[in-house]
Each structure stands twice: as structure tokens, then as C-alpha cells.
Design a protein around this ligand. Structure first.
Ligand code: HEC
Ligand code: HEC
Ligand code: HEC
Ligand code: HEC
Length: 216
């Protein structure tokens, strides 16, 4: 083998190594890789996205293909909460189109499917879940007294070669609001663990994920 061929061979070996390793940082093999389901036609993205004729009824929905839920959610409330909670915002509505358990995973592109989420059924009573759908800003930090300021506190999400750094506001919030994507990365791109670790953007060890925002 001449030098050039040896170089090409080693490049191929490296890419094989990466393709085969279970590092965090890919939708392939994650809970959202639907390519193995018989209804997906071997595709990963199709249950959520379409390149054309996408559904634009929910604001900020990127080329959306999945049927939306029409549920009205019971919102989080407590005696101590300072935030003003509203119905879930765009990002969360996309997740809840499968995870409130009212619409099938394979209901997309206008078709009605039959496969429901199982362990991931959060229901429509969001009082049972960490609050979402509210503005997290300096005013809320002042009112609450034990939160980090999302405008100034910085964080690094992800792991290995796939990380993103910035203020809480720039890497965790959606239009300044707390949504499902504040803790999870739907594509498993900027997550901390291997497959099955809950698609979380920050480590759960020592509750690092919680202490990123809560100054306890
Ligand atoms: C389970 C649903 C789901 C699947 C499957 C999915 N996406 Fe997404 N995608 C979303 C949601 C929700 C958003 C918007 C929120 C966000 O970016 O966190 C999004 C946003 C995006 C964006 C814009 C923002 C960004 O992250 O760059 C791109 C590009 C994208 N997806 C590409 C893809 C591709 C390519 C695939 C298949 C390989 C895919 N997605 C599979 C749900 C999905
Ligand atoms: C097209 C339907 C669909 C959409 C949209 C969707 N999911 Fe999922 N999600 C699933 C399915 C199916 C599973 C596998 C578990 C189950 O069946 O309950 C899953 C699993 C998960 C898990 C568990 C992962 C694990 O490794 O155990 C998390 C966390 C999650 N989803 C978060 C989200 C978030 C956050 C969004 C929006 C940004 C989202 N999902 C959008 C269908 C969806
Ligand atoms: C404050 C952070 C936070 C927010 C906000 C959040 N989650 Fe989670 N979620 C977590 C953590 C932490 C886990 C546990 C991950 C694990 O260990 O598997 C989890 C688990 C899950 C699971 C897996 C449940 C199971 O038992 O299989 C799903 C599905 C999920 N979240 C979806 C959502 C959706 C949809 C939203 C928005 C409505 C949301 N999450 C908002 C932190 C959050
Ligand atoms: C991205 C930032 C962020 C993350 C991550 C986060 N939280 Fe929160 N959490 C908030 C904000 C902001 C509030 C609203 C506080 C308020 O309104 O007073 C809140 C509210 C809460 C509440 C309700 C407080 C009340 O008074 O009713 C609890 C409990 C809580 N979080 C616990 C957790 C735990 C446990 C984790 C880790 C699994 C976590 N949070 C992760 C930002 C976050």
C-alpha cells in the first residue's frame, strides 16, 4: 500500500470507529430514531419534519410534520412559585404532540397512526411536571431570590466533541422562556450521556442540571 492509500485507509478506519461508538451526540440509536419502526419507511426525521408542505400553525415549529395536540393543559401551580405560567409555548407544544399521550407517534403528514408513547406519556396534567411555559428573566430572579440570572450565568451543555457554551438564556431558553427543550435535546446532539440517559443537556450527577438554574 502506498502512502496515499494508507492515509485513505486510516481515514476510513477512523470514521468507522466513530460511527460504531456509542458517544453522546447523535439522534441515530436514540429514543427518537424511528428508522426501525415499520411505519417510518426506514426514515428518522419524517415523524417530526417535512421538507415541504409543513404545518405552520404553531409558531417557531421548524418544518413541522407531526399532528398537533388540541389538549388544554392543567398548569403547574404552587404557593411559592413566582413565575406566571401560561399554556406551553411552541417548543413544548411540539414535544407534547407525542408526549401528552393523546396523539399517536405515527400521526404525521396528515395520516392518523396507532402507536402511542409508552413510558414517555406525561399526560395533560402538567402540574405533575417541572413548570414550563414561562419567562425566566432577571425580574423573576429578583422575585424568587434563589435563581441564577439567565442573562449572565454561563453554562456548557453536551459532552465529548459536541458542546455549546453561552448564557442560560442563549443555550437553554426559547424566546426567553423555559420549555421542554431547556432540559432536553430532542436530537440527542448536545446531551451528556449515552443512549437511554434521558436526552438531558446537563449532568444529573450531584443534580448539576438543577443547580445550573437554582442557586440552592
Ligand atoms: C421526535 C421529533 C424530532 C425528530 C425525529 C427530529 N427532530 Fe428536528 N426538531 C424537533 C424539534 C421539536 C425541533 C425544535 C426545537 C429544538 O430545536 O430544540 C427541531 C428542530 C430542528 C432543526 C432546527 C433547529 C436545530 O436544532 O438546528 C433542524 C435543522 C432539525 N430539527 C433537523 C432534524 C433532522 C435532520 C432530523 C432527522 C435526522 C430531525 N431533526 C429529527 C424534533 C425532531
Ligand atoms: C413523534 C413523536 C415524538 C415527539 C414529537 C417527541 N418525542 Fe420524545 N419520545 C418519543 C418516543 C416514541 C419515545 C420512546 C419512549 C416512549 O415510547 O414512551 C420518546 C422518548 C423521549 C424521552 C426519553 C428518552 C430516553 O432516552 O429514555 C425524552 C426525554 C423525550 N422523548 C423528550 C422529548 C422532547 C423534549 C421532545 C420535544 C422537544 C420530544 N420528546 C418530542 C416520541 C416523540
Ligand atoms: C427542569 C428540567 C426538565 C424539564 C423542563 C423537562 N424535563 Fe423531561 N426529564 C427531566 C429529567 C431530569 C428526566 C429524567 C431523565 C432520566 O433519568 O431518564 C426527564 C425525563 C423525561 C422523559 C422520560 C420519562 C420516562 O419515564 O421515560 C420524557 C418523555 C420527558 N422528560 C419529556 C419532557 C417533556 C415533553 C417536557 C416538556 C413538557 C419535559 N420533559 C420537561 C428534566 C426535565
Ligand atoms: C433551565 C433552568 C432550570 C433548570 C435546569 C431547573 N429548574 Fe427548576 N425552576 C426554574 C425556574 C426559573 C423556576 C420558577 C421559579 C419561580 O417561579 O419562583 C423553577 C421552578 C422549580 C420548582 C417549583 C418551585 C415552586 O415554588 O413551586 C421546583 C420544585 C424546581 N424548579 C426544581 C427543580 C429540580 C429538582 C431541577 C432538576 C431536576 C430543576 N428544577 C431544574 C428553572 C430551572
Amino acid at each position: 500500500m502506498d502512502v496515499r492509500n494508507r492515509f485513505v485507509a486510516s481515514l476510513a478506519a477512523i470514521s468507522l470507529l466513530y460511527a460504531g461508538s456509542a458517544w453522546a451526540g447523535a439522534i441515530t440509536g436514540s429514543a427518537h430514531d424511528f428508522s426501525g419502526s415499520n411505519w417510518s419507511g426506514g426514515k428518522i426525521c419524517v415523524a417530526c419534519h417535512a421538507p415541504h408542505k409543513s404545518d405552520t400553525t404553531v409558531s417557531d415549529a421548524p418544518l413541522w410534520n407531526h399532528t398537533h395536540s388540541s389538549a388544554t393543559y392543567t398548569l403547574y401551580s404552587s404557593a411559592t412559585l413566582k413565575a406566571t405560567i401560561s399554556q406551553p409555548g411552541g417548543n413544548s407544544k411540539l414535544c407534547l404532540s407525542c408526549h401528552d399521550g393523546t396523539i399517536a407517534v405515527d400521526s404525521f403528514g396528515g395520516a392518523t397512526g396507532t402507536t402511542m408513547v409508552t413510558s414517555g406519556n406525561l399526560g395533560t396534567d402538567l402540574k405533575k411536571s417541572h413548570p414550563i411555559g414561562f419567562t425566566y428573566d432577571t425580574a423573576l430572579v429578583t422575585a424568587n431570590g434563589s435563581l441564577h440570572d439567565p442573562e449572565t450565568k454561563t453554562v456548557t451543555i453536551g459532552s465529548g466533541t459536541q458542546t455549546r457554551s453561552g448564557t442560560l438564556k442563549s443555550v437553554l431558553l426559547y424566546n426567553g422562556k423555559m420549555e421542554c427543550g431547556s432540559c432536553h435535546d430532542v436530537h440527542n446532539t448536545f446531551t451528556v450521556g449515552a443512549t437511554g440517559s434521558g436526552l438531558v443537556k446537563l449532568d444529573q450527577a450531584g443534580s448539576k442540571i438543577c443547580l445550573t438554574c437554582h442557586d440552592k
